[in-house]
Design a protein around this ligand. Sequence first.
Ligand code: NOJ
Length: 538
Amino acid sequence: MTPQHNVTPAADWWRHAVIYQVYPRSFADANGDGMGDLAGVRSRLPYLRDLGVDAVWLSPFYASPQADAGYDVADYRTIDPMFGTLADAEAVIADAHGLGLRIIVDLVPNHCSDQHAWFRRALAEGPGSAFRKRFHFRRGRGENGEQPPNDWESLFGGPAWTRVPVDPSAPKAGEEGEWYLHLFAPEQPDFNWDHPAVQDEFRSILRFWLDLGVDGFRVDVAHGLVKAPGLPDMGHAEQLKLLGNQTLPFFDQDGVHEIYRSWRTVLDEYPGERIAVAEAWTPTAERTARYLRPDELHQAFNFHYLNTGWDAEALRAAIDSSLDAMRPIGAPTTWVLSNHDVVRHRTRLGGGEDRARAATLLMLALPGSAYLYQGEELGLPEVTDLPDEVRQDPSFFRDSGQEGLRDGCRVPLPWNGDAPPYGFGDGGSWLPQPADWAPLTVAAQTGDPASTLELYRTALALRRTHPGLGAGDAVEWRDAPDGVLVLRRPGGLVCTVNTTTAPVRLPSPGRLLLSSGALDPTDGEFTLPADTTAWWEE
Ligand code: NOJ
């Protein structure tokens, strides 16, 4: 039975929603073990309601050995004890709904943990066994099978294959057997999605969480489930450089769409518009749009936008191409600047807090849905000086197949106080927080109109009420000097952005609603400082 749902039943809520990503291990620690948990999330839900977001996406909290911070799931229906219990998850869902927030959980269907019951049986029961068929086990190449079955590389570096002993319970040197495929860490074996048991299992997992009342799923590696028949060689190295700009035999295969059609029928069985958002890396925005046809998923992250630098022309092109790709299929465009896998945008865009604030106001002015990553509302920078011995990102240990390292954006949040752990919990924090974060805490910024936290609160409140913000599929560009963007949305919202390093003087488009930096309006004109965005009502 679906639990009581107090969230306003808004049709198409996901077409304009602002969705806040909680990374549970780094959000709030209720039991003082230095690691965030679900009770911590629950205690801070009122903060998220007051911030003004519509939904919360929780990164994985399932039973996991944490080889990849929970993206290695050992049991999809159990909460890892370090995060709490199923009762804690139910309490988070119930409280969130009571506060008018929706909950989206992370679903990891491309791979599981090597500690998942199916994989353990696959290893124990040996070549040709029924459980090995649920994964990609193959004999190696070479005289004694000593070469991987093909040339695919893991996204975390090194080959995408690991060889297992003939008898894993009593491994003997010289008695190696089959290899298994893992596009990520060796502890993350890929499922074989041609197998009906895998398909049935994931429909059942969807129902398990929908029955508990979740409002949607973020689908991890949604582009990776189906592999090209025969697992053909790529034919060259440095394959990761092709990620997101070329079709690969392990990504964005046409067969994935059948899976999402079958998931959509499950989602649609439930009341209240339950959604799925795809993490889909594809070569073009048009290929991404295929995941969002009306009988497939609802949204996809816009990584093309995330990867666009602070450059007016490039931003305009990315905005236009994103909207153009989604318009024909009627799916909302999404916008994102930060998440748990990339350098925080305050640091990545290279312009400090001013530029980050300007980038955020531009993003929140665009038509569609927006994703925020915990801590960006505090203007947190990337932590770039973590000592090697505290790092936990598997890409660090496997020679970083992915660009950059991911621990620096995962440092626990500062809530209050003058010194670490800044109210994160009573027991320190699993990654050290910088000594100079006291001015960035929630408590320090609350009530200070110049703070980034208050900028986010004001912007999100305006987004809820202004008819020119939120859902839509069009922007109109006005003439503007080089490096400056002036866009108007139907509904009378004008957004002016100065991406240059010098102030510009512009005609005032109307009544000022909000700006990321101080303006100087006089005589029907105003000065837009460097790295500043302003919203106007025409
Ligand atoms: C994408 C997730 O966002 C990332 O954190 C994870 O390492 C990979 N998928 C593998 O699950």
